[in-house]
Design a binder for this molecule. Structure first.
Ligand SMILES: Cc1cc2nc3c(=O)[nH]c(=O)nc-3n(C[C@H](O)[C@H](O)[C@H](O)COP(=O)(O)OP(=O)(O)OC[C@H]3O[C@@H](n4cnc5c(N)ncnc54)[C@H](O)[C@@H]3O)c2cc1C
Length: 355
């Protein structure tokens, strides 16, 4: 009997698979990569700063330290370059913004904000629309998520069952679960926003947010290994093209590319660059955001061998490695899960549904 069945083929399932592998746990991954595009279209950016209030993002110190160790180990295991350290360029349009930046760079955001105020005379920034002075966020970067998923699928091909999981076929026993002849001590669901189709966990309160991005070619841009941020972002891709993002939409929760999304992204682009470009691709996915914007992890209220790892929202790249480790420690060493992420905070919704 194996330790786990992992359901899903996105970022959550992939990070859980590597984390279980690190502890020599045995598993099968059952997933159909084409049901949700969310992880496949993600820009994969991690950013320790919330620009709106110029504050540190939740648990930034711990999450960033952990993600660097985790993805670097995956690079070695998979033999691929997956992460790129990139500073985020943030323009100053008002004197006040600059003052606040300088103050915070030397105290509470030390290490995350470069204290130097830069002047816009770099050749790399030719054809970028930025203010005369700007600051740089440090310890930010991006994961090539699509490459990570492909390489992970390849690495775990012996463990992979490439199909749609049919929840009706899951048999739950006291000490194990069975699915089409696979016996496992436990099952963990990493289905992203499609958890809405999971009869065991469809009560968790997700507030999914559709997002769209563009891939453009812009031969006159020279920006490289930076992320230009202003009400959106533009970032170079390994093939020399650029990714532009991203939109947020809470009513149309399809994975269809929309005219509205394209127009919004072109508006963002007009604020970021001032050279010609060609749109090569438009992509859409639905983020599994939760109602309180925290991951949703842990044990089913009724069955002691059903688990969930979801709610990664807009920040899956930063959150997944740290909380996958927390999950494995919880399962193997009986450590308690942080209450902010424990699915237990929503158990009353399950009880409510059963009444
Ligand atoms: C446009 C856009 C840009 C983004 N940019 C960033 C970014 O820059 N940085 C960042 O950190 N995050 C970003 N995100 C968010 C990030 O993509 C998510 O946090 C993360 O990918 C969620 O991963 P997941 O595995 O939980 O969900 P998903 O990616 O949705 O994965 C779920 C997987 O389960 C499979 N599945 C579901 N149901 C079944 C079933 N019944 N049987 C078999 N398989 C099933 C799906 O096909 C899919 O493979 C972005 C998202 C979007 C849409």
């Amino acid at each position: 009997m194996i330790d786990f069945i992992i359901v899903g083929r996105g970022l959550a399932a992939s990070v859980i698979a590597h984390t279980l592998h690190n502890t020599n746990s045995s598993f099968k991954i059952i997933g159909d990569a084409d049901l949700s595009s969310c992880s496949k279209v993600a820009a994969g950016i991690w950013n320790p700063i919330v620009f709106k209030r110029l504050t540190k993002s939740w648990l930034a110190d711990e999450l960033i330290e952990h993600l660097n160790v985790f993805y670097t180990a995956c690079e070695k295991r998979l033999g691929k370059k997956l992460i790129t350290q990139r500073s985020i360029i943030r323009s100053f349009y008002e004197e006040q913004e600059k003052k606040l930046w300088s103050a915070k760079a030397n105290i509470d955001l030390k290490g995350f904000l470069d204290p130097i105020i830069y002047s816009n005379n770099s050749l790399e920034l030719e054809n970028c629309k930025i203010a005369e002075q700007f600051g740089l966020v440090q310890q930010s970067g991006n994961l090539n998520v699509a490459e990570f998923l492909n390489a992970t699928t390849n690495f775990f091909k012996e463990q992979l069952v490439d199909e749609t999981f049919d929840h009706a076929q899951l048999k739950i026993n006291a000490d194990h679960v069975s699915y089409k002849g696979i016996n496992a001590k436990n099952i963990i669901f990493c289905e992203g926003y499609l958890v809405k189709n999971n009869p065991f966990f469809n009560w968790i309160p997700l507030k999914p947010a559709k997002g769209e991005t563009l891939v453009i070619s812009a031969p006159d841009l020279k920006i490289k290994d930076h992320i230009l941020n202003k009400n959106g972002f533009i970032m170079d891709q390994p093939d020399g093209n650029y990714k532009v993002g991203a939109t947020y939409e809470w009513t149309d929760l399809t994975e269809e590319k929309s005219q509205k999304g394209r127009a919004e992204l072109e508006e963002k682009l007009a604020q970021l660059i001032n050279c010609n470009y060609t749109i090569l691709d438009q992509q859409a996915g639905v983020r599994p955001s939760s109602s309180d914007r925290r991951p949703i992890i842990g044990l089913h209220p009724e069955y002691n061998n059903l688990f969930i790892f979801n709610g990664l929202g807009t920040k899956g790249v930063m959150l997944a490695p740290y909380f996958a480790k927390k999950f494995v420690n919880f399962y193997l060493q009986k450590e308690t899960l942080p209450p902010e992420v424990n699915v237990g905070r929503f158990y009353s919704l399950y009880a409510g549904e059963k009444k």
